[in-house]
Design a protein around this ligand. Structure first.
Ligand SMILES: Nc1ncnc2c1ncn2[C@@H]1O[C@H](COP(=O)(O)OP(=O)(O)OP(=O)(O)O)[C@@H](O)[C@H]1O
Ligand SMILES: [Mg+2]
Length: 308
């Protein structure tokens, strides 16, 4: 079973209006509400690939209840720690070809809740074969919280994939017990190493030479990915496709990576799977959804090349 962690889930609300009026009343007819959060997208795509998954993390209040209800509706097994404060709403207003977002930062966790989740996490690890950790940390938890989770998992011999950014990602990487893989996009990598995001492949490869990296998949949108696996480097290229909605394709990539690793596939096959699930997500309007019937066709079009 793959354990997919989301520490700051949300209910994502999308309001579609023809024209967004400032300082006035906006009435909305088209409302869509979904259980959101990067780790939930990961869990959904893992389930669509017919691999066993358990979605966990923390949630609270009626918004938390709604998230559980939505996960149950889509048959995603879940076991979250209930916290005292209410989980968050994230609102996207679609108007005049634009998207204006209002993102709540979410609940603050108490120290006790932080400790309680680590205990729960350790317990859930017993039946897990692999762990994914996605998204930002909620307020109240220290920036080394993910690092602790990686350490606990490693001590139990369970590999971890981390998809986060900023200080919590840095904390994970400077530790001696590293995650099996991380999956930054180019912007997140550039923030981590403090360089310009427009660097070419050669420059990027130089940067992956850093001692903090052992397993890293840098996803590069329509340009595929650049990968370091210990001392080997790979460039992965993908075909040109018709993109409907690219949001969450990094999460789908993490899901593909996790499933393929869990199935003990070869390095080449793992990378092809990850790119395929990423691409399939971009071809659908719904975030965290792939049409598995198109899987084989696109898998065969991904090219993995080892580079010196
Ligand atoms: N425009 C695109 N065309 C084809 N494939 C894409 C495109 N955008 C994303 N993908 C696929 O999805 C993978 C992940 O995309 P990307 O690097 O944009 O992730 P991300 O920025 O982490 O996304 P998010 O955080 O929204 O989930 C890419 O490596 C690629 O396989
Ligand atoms: Mg991402």
């Amino acid at each position: 079973m793959i354990l997919a962690v989301t520490m700051n889930p949300s209910v994502d609300i999308s309001y579609a209006v023809d024209r967004f009026k400032f300082d006035d009343v906006n009435r909305v007819e088209t409302v869509r509400k979904t259980a959101g959060g990067k780790g939930l997208n990961v869990a959904r795509v893992i389930a669509q690939m017919e691999e066993e998954v358990l979605s966990t993390g923390v949630l609270g209040g009626t918004i938390g209840d709604y998230i559980v209800q939505e996960l149950n509706k889509s048959n995603i097994p879940n076991d979250f720690l209930k916290i005292k404060n209410e989980s968050r709403n994230c609102i996207a207003i679609i108007h005049e070809g634009m998207q204006t977002e209002i993102l709540e930062s979410g609940p603050t966790l108490s120290k006790e809740e932080g400790t309680a989740f680590l205990e729960k996490f350790e317990c859930l690890l017993t039946t897990a074969s692999l762990v994914t950790i996605s998204g930002s940390l909620p307020k109240g938890l220290p920036t080394h919280y993910y690092r602790k989770m990686v350490e606990i998992s490693r001590n139990k011999g369970k590999p971890v994939i981390v998809d986060s950014s900023g200080e919590s990602l840095k904390q994970v990487l400077i530790h001696e017990k590293k995650p099996f893989a991380i999956k930054p996009n180019t912007a997140e990598l550039s923030q981590l190493l403090d360089f310009e995001a427009e660097a070419g492949i050669i420059d990027l490869k130089q940067m992956l030479n850093h001692e903090i990296f052992k397993g890293i998949v840098v996803s590069m949108g329509d340009k595929g990915a650049l990968v370091r696996h210990w001392d080997d480097y790979y460039q992965v290229t993908i075909p040109k496709i018709d993109v409907v909605n690219p949001v969450g394709s990094g999460d789908a990539t993490v899901a593909g990576l996790a499933v393929a690793l869990n199935r003990n596939q070869t390095v080449e096959s793992v990378l092809k799977t990850a790119m395929t699930t990423g691409m399939l997500n971009t071809m659908e309007a719904v975030t965290g959804f792939i049409n598995i019937n198109k899987y084989k066709q696109y898998f065969d079009l991904v090219k993995v090349e080892k580079i010196d």
